[in-house]
Design a protein around this ligand. Structure first.
Ligand SMILES: *[C@@H]1O[C@H](CO)[C@@H](O)[C@H](O)[C@H]1NC(C)=O
Ligand SMILES: *[C@@H]1O[C@H](CO)[C@@H](O)[C@H](O)[C@H]1NC(C)=O
Ligand SMILES: *[C@@H]1O[C@H](CO)[C@@H](O)[C@H](O)[C@H]1NC(C)=O
Ligand SMILES: *[C@@H]1O[C@H](CO)[C@@H](O)[C@H](O)[C@H]1NC(C)=O
Length: 778
């Protein structure tokens, strides 16, 4: 019936610049009241709630002829594409094209290991993406719209749903299920209760009206409409404004990295490696981007280069491959004659409004700051990690100390070598990535169990479930407190966090929750801005004794995904002291070679380059160039390279020789090249992207720890106790260390002296008595 209704179509493109139309959706005063950020970003808040405002970028929609049948054909096409893909995969599978255990490619796979749930959703989103491509051709060709304009246009069309009374088992009805599936992922059938005291594991029902906001396996949000070369999914690969031919390609991600990133040792004089480790821990809480595996069985991994670093013959290249080309004169890889660095594209998710349109990448962690790297992001995973006694998380005891539980499948979860057996399980697959990260996970496992024991002492009648949930709730509050009170002011600068209301309150409750704020992580935050953490990393990890002298030093490159070192000879305690003692590296374009050529090193001393991978990921995800992000962060848009005033001149020269146009500069590279602004670690663009995110991460979380009047709120007394917690206290309580400086993100100094952990006047301690049942009025 609907198919025969004829609707006439013309599409008018009015060339509104984006930027100007954001603010129309919401008055400035309204935006300001909801969310205090720089004027240029205030308007984004409006965009978040009314995605249509930007997506169309000024397209005026008129009506379309036969749109229902066009949609239906497109979805059928999308389905066929994925069926064909699976036949191709069966072929690759039988030819044994897959990642080998222990290789650097295996390390990459561990880093972005897709959960089965992610692949299920990813497969459906692939149908929608292929359908979108088809739809674009069938509705936009004759109207002469450019790809990007057309991509914007089709975001106004919804994926089809099964209608009441339609013939149940026709082919058409099956294709229409795509819209229904999308709605189901987005939790439209979940009924959420306002009175639930604890967070769900997967983040659902934090928002009561939009249950899927912030839920695991949903897509990242966008600050800017994505830039794909075909409008939908192909990464941008040509310089802007020039004919699209092989002379005007963007430089390869590896060439960008090898020309711009320097090897070296430039320590930060006052900050410790704990800053690096907390940044990464928080990053893993907020975001985890999975890569594709084969969809035919969800089992086989995808490999995009030969194990020896040469290109695969085209017939073995999986469509999800986007390998990085290495120049024949590469400073590192040429000696091995390598021409190919493996890169598999990220898993995509259906768009949050269930429309057609460009590919969106999936976050398989919850978008909230909620300890998901400790507890997992699915009910399944959480259940595997729980002991179901005493409210505890599972653990293993070794040499009288508590460690993380052993991994279910060490040969998949670690890059094991024959004499390394340790491999751990946690809420996040990256737990084994390097020793300091494993240490941080271990410390928090211990903290959870420590709190559960305290609560059990005070409340002998509480059962396992109550103890577990209450301990988890306190752990999450501690993480939020440390993040907003100690870490964020140091990363963004005191002035900036104060100005934009990002500091934590010292007493009383906050009332800042707004149900208009979508907390979802932005693609640019996860894929570019927070990646500044790699610049802080150190290649030599010091094992430090109680007197803060160095016992010995280990090399990062020897321990990727091989965490055995952590449980030997009390190394954990020495690594904890090291985190709080050793200088962090400066945030700049200088990186340690342990991650720029030896990442996930194998036994033949061959490894990968994290910057190449990060730049490639930005392109894979359709992130627009750095220049576009300058604009939304209130910096002038550069028309020539010399307009990049925030970047040191020497680096501008390199950018000029590398890229053809200022708009081509990759976001990660531009953002990392900026000089730090004021007292921030970061330049203005990354500071703004990260500030914007942490604003929403706080204001869009109904369970935020200092909120008043919510089902999950603490009592005022309890909140005052949580406010005493510092990372110093957490390290003191969960490692065998005698002394710590009160601010572990800063080197010990005359104003930050080492103090005995037993002295709770110097390193304050929570008093749990307010959690005794009769005292707990919450
Ligand atoms: C299907 O029918 C029910 C009951 O008549 C109605 O509430 C619902 O909105 C209909 N759904 C659609 C997609 O038309
Ligand atoms: C998230 O968790 C809730 C509650 O456990 C569950 O009902 C829902 O199906 C989950 N959502 C997804 C997408 O797995
Ligand atoms: C120094 O390191 C060695 C070897 O790991 C260890 O056995 C020893 O206990 C350490 N010494 C101190 C004082 O921590
Ligand atoms: C904890 O707080 C309770 C209640 O205010 C108080 O009686 C007790 O002395 C405190 N304990 C410590 C160790 O300070």
């Amino acid at each position: 019936m609907a198919m025969s209704s004829v609707v006439l179509a013309v599409i008018v493109w009015t060339s509104l610049q984006f930027g100007s139309e954001f603010s129309q959706s919401l008055s400035n005063a309204e935006a300001f009241a909801m969310f205090r950020l720089p004027v240029s970003l205030q308007s984004f808040v409006g965009w978040y709630h009314h995605p249509m405002n930007d997506k169309l970028g000024g397209l005026q929609l008129l009506e379309l002829r036969d749109i229902d049948s066009k949609i239906s054909n497109s979805v059928a096409f999308g389905g066929d594409c994925v069926d064909r893909l699976e036949r191709l995969e069966a072929n690759l599978d039988t030819n044994g094209v897959k990642v080998q255990q222990g290789t650097p490619m295996h390390g990459q796979l561990i880093d972005s290991y897709p959960l089965t749930e992610a692949l299920h959703h990813g497969r459906d989103s692939l149908v929608a993406i292929k359908a979108s491509l088809h739809l674009m051709h069938s509705v936009c060709l004759e109207s002469g719209l450019a790809d990007e304009q057309c991509a914007r246009y089709i975001t106004s069309l919804k994926l089809p749903m099964a209608e009441n009374g339609s013939e149940e088992d026709s082919v058409e009805a099956v294709h229409k299920l795509l819209g229904d599936k999308c709605m189901a992922y987005h939790g439209t059938s979940l009924s959420c209760s306002k009175s639930t005291k604890y967070r769900s594991v997967n983040g659902s029902c934090n928002h009561l009206i939009h249950p899927s906001w912030g839920q695991a396996f949903t897509s990242y949000r966008r600050l800017l409409f994505p830039e794909y070369s075909d409008g939908i999914q192909q990464p941008r690969e040509h310089a802007i404004g020039l004919p699209k031919n092989k002379h005007n390609l963007l430089p390869s991600a590896r060439l960008v990295s090898s020309s711009l990133a320097l090897d070296g040792d430039l320590p930060d004089n006052i900050k410790t490696l704990a800053v690096m480790q907390w940044t990464q821990f928080v990053e893993h809480d907020l975001a985890h981007t999975p890569v594709n595996k084969m969809y035919n069985k969800f089992e086989s991994s995808i490999m995009c280069c030969k194990p020896d670093g040469r290109h695969l013959s085209p017939r073995y290249v999986h469509p999800a491959c986007m390998p990085i080309s290495i120049a024949h004169n590469d400073p590192v890889y040429s000696s091995r004659r390598m021409t190919c660095m493996n890169y598999v594209r990220s898993v995509t998710a259906m768009r949050s409004d269930c429309s057609f349109g460009p590919a969106e990448q999936m976050n398989q962690a919850t978008h909230y700051l909620d300890g998901s790297m400790i507890y997992g992001s699915t009910d399944n995973k959480a259940a595997k990690l729980r002991l179901f006694r005493h409210g505890h998380l599972k653990n293993t005891a070794k040499n009288g100390q508590t460690f993380l539980p052993s991994a279910e499948d060490p040969s998949i979860q670690c890059q094991l070598d024959p004499n390394s057996q340790a491999c751990y399980e946690s809420g996040d697959s990256r737990v084994n990535a390097h020793p300091h990260l494993t240490v941080m996970h271990t410390i928090w496992l211990r903290e959870h169990n420590r709190i559960a024991d305290k609560l059990a002492e005070l409340n002998p009648t509480w059962d396992d479930e109550r103890l577990f949930q209450e301990a988890r709730r306190i752990v999450i509050a501690e993480i939020q407190h440390i993040t907003y009170d100690e870490w964020l002011p140091l990363v963004l600068g005191e002035k900036y966090t104060k100005k934009f209301g990002l500091t934590s309150k010292k007493d009383g409750f906050s009332k800042e929750y707004s149900e208009n704020v979508d907390p979802s992580i932005t693609n640019s935050f996860a894929t570019a801005a927070l990646r500044f953490v790699h610049s802080l990393m150190e290649g030599k990890l010091r094992l430090v004794k109680e007197d803060r002298e160095v016992n010995h030093t280990i090399q990062l490159r020897d321990h990727f995904n091989r965490p055995r070192i952590v449980e030997e000879n009390n190394h954990l305690d020495a690594l904890v002291r090291g985190l709080a003692t050793q200088n962090s590296q400066k945030n700049d374009m200088t990186y340690t070679e342990d991650i720029t050529s030896l990442l996930y090193q194998d036994s033949e001393n061959y490894g990968l380059d994290i910057i190449s991978l990060d730049v490639q990921r930005g392109r894979d995800h359709g992130l627009p160039g750095y220049n576009q992000f300058r604009k939304i962060c209130g910096l002038p848009v550069a028309t020539s390279f010399n307009d990049f005033k925030e970047i040191p001149k020497a680096i501008v020269q390199k950018l000029k020789s590398m890229y053809k146009h200022p708009d081509d500069v990759d976001m990660l590279i531009g953002g990392m090249s900026e000089k730090p602004k004021d007292d921030s670690l970061l330049g203005p663009t990354f500071r703004c992207i990260i500030g914007e995110q942490f604003g929403r991460t706080k204001k869009g979380d109904r369970f935020f720890y200092d909120l008043k009047g919510q089902s999950g709120s603490f009592s005022e007394d309890q909140l005052q106790e949580i406010r005493k917690v510092t990372l110093a206290r957490i390290l003191c309580d969960n490692a065998e260390v005698e002394k710590m400086q009160p601010s572990v993100f800063h080197k010990p100094s005359s104003s930050n002296r080492l103090e005995y952990c037993t002295d709770d006047t110097k390193i304050p301690k929570m008093n749990f008595s307010f959690w005794a049942e009769e005292a707990d009025s919450s």
